[in-house]
Design a protein around this ligand. Structure first.
Ligand SMILES: Cc1cc2nc3c(=O)[nH]c(=O)nc-3n(C[C@H](O)[C@H](O)[C@H](O)COP(=O)(O)OP(=O)(O)OC[C@H]3O[C@@H](n4cnc5c(N)ncnc54)[C@H](O)[C@@H]3O)c2cc1C
Length: 352
């Protein structure tokens, strides 16, 4: 079986590997280079618990937990297949509170998670500072999600591409823009490229925030829209921060070697890939309020990219209403966390 995959982000590359592992041939069609967009821009937090909020948490909790569990073995598998360490670490997350209202909200979240059998604890300031001594003196309390972790997204994308390159079943084509889906008798039978047509037994749509813009994608599907996130990288010497710290709207993610990735914004700004003064100010103010010692770190770089968001926060995974077309898109803030379980589910759906 031959499968054409539209998009070479984490979803497209991981799905290609999952298909190849099951004996199918995959061609990844990427208009730029693999990992050019959201997948390399991410913080890489495996926030199965830190990212559980709002009305979708009941539905998301079991999927997120399963996704996080898949990561340990997959990181090992990718290291063996590519020779690249993807930076998988169970570094835990502390979500901090600076007011009684924030502490009460954390207490409710922790109680809810515990009632679902998840490991979560509400810590007073002293206990939180034992886990992370760099927390601000004004910290009142923190929720500790000890099982959440992280990977290093640029390393992950390099590993996926290297593993794919070693597979005889996978071809990755950089600079290949899919102009439209090919339809024949109400079935998707391939894709049209700049230099001709590519026929396939199945097509997987993994074009991230651009998924709804590929001509031929059924209009009945929920629209995928970009939500811009700005990020910045600090260089802390010597490395001090050990734990991922979440404030009200920002986070700081220590890689363990002095690099600390700080984020983020959530902006409806179309496809304007900008880093703004207001965005950076908000991220730095939030991060330094939680971890004042980061004020001495050196500023390295900043970037932004687009989370593929679908109304209702439900990613689009598996078969679509158009026979022959399968979906691996719309993962919004949690595409790195969900990449392995998505790839497995899509490969299983494609192969029936
Ligand atoms: C700032 C930021 C921080 C994030 N932090 C986290 C985090 O900590 N943890 C987490 O789990 N998730 C995080 N995410 C979310 C995660 O990055 C995304 O959900 C995930 O990367 C989406 O992967 P993707 O493969 O669907 O999309 P992308 O990585 O955007 O890949 C889509 C690819 O499709 C290509 N493409 C588009 N149209 C076409 C076409 N017509 N033809 C050919 N190719 C095409 C694009 O060039 C692109 O390379 C973050 C995202 C952002 C932006």
């Amino acid at each position: 079986m031959k499968v054409a995959i539209v998009g070479g982000g984490v979803m497209g590359c991981a799905t290609a590997l999952a298909l190849a592992a099951r004996g199918a041939d995959a061609v990844v069609l990427e208009r730029a280079v693999p990992g050019a967009e959201a997948s390399s821009a991410a913080a890489g937090i495996l926030g199965a618990q830190a990212e559980l909020h709002g009305s979708s948490r009941e539905r998301s909790a079991p999927l997120f937990a399963r996704a996080r569990e898949a990561w340990g073995p997959w990181a090992q598998e990718l290291r063996e297949a590519s020779g690249i360490d993807v930076g998988y670490r169970v570094s835990g997350v502390l979500r901090v509170a600076f007011s009684d209202a924030e502490r009460a909200e954390l207490a409710r979240d922790v109680a809810w998670q515990q009632s679902r059998g998840l490991r979560a604890a509400l810590l007073d300031a002293a206990a939180a500072r034992e886990i992370e001594p760099q927390l601000a003196p004004a910290t009142l309390a923190a929720a500790h999600f000890a099982d959440d972790g992280q990977v290093d997204p640029p390393a992950l994308l390099r590993a996926l591409v290297a593993a794919a390159a070693r597979s005889a079943r996978i071809a990755i084509r950089s600079g290949a823009t899919v102009q439209r889906l090919l339809l024949q008798q109400d079935r998707c039978v391939g894709v049209a490229l700049d230099d001709g047509e590519l026929l396939a037994d199945a097509v997987v749509l993994a074009a991230g925030s651009w998924s709804s813009l590929v001509p031929g994608v059924p209009s009945s599907l929920p629209t995928v829209r970009p939500v811009r996130g700005q990020m910045l990288l600090l260089d802390e010497r010597p490395p001090r921060l050990r734990t991922i710290v979440f404030g009200a709207s920002t986070y700081a993610v220590p890689r363990g070697d002095g690099r600390v990735v700080c984020g983020t914004t959530m902006e409806h700004a179309g496809f304007r890939k900008e880093v703004t003064a207001a965005g950076l100010e908000a991220i730095l103010a939030g991060a330094l309020a939680c971890v004042p010692s980061l004020g001495a770190a050196q500023f390295s770089s900043a970037w932004s990219n687009f989370r593929p968001h679908v109304e209702g926060d439900a990613p689009l995974i598996g078969a679509s209403p158009l026979p022959g077309l399968f979906l691996a898109t719309g993962h919004h803030r949690n595409g790195i966390l969900l990449s392995k379980v998505t790839a497995d589910a899509v490969a299983a759906a494609v192969l029936g």
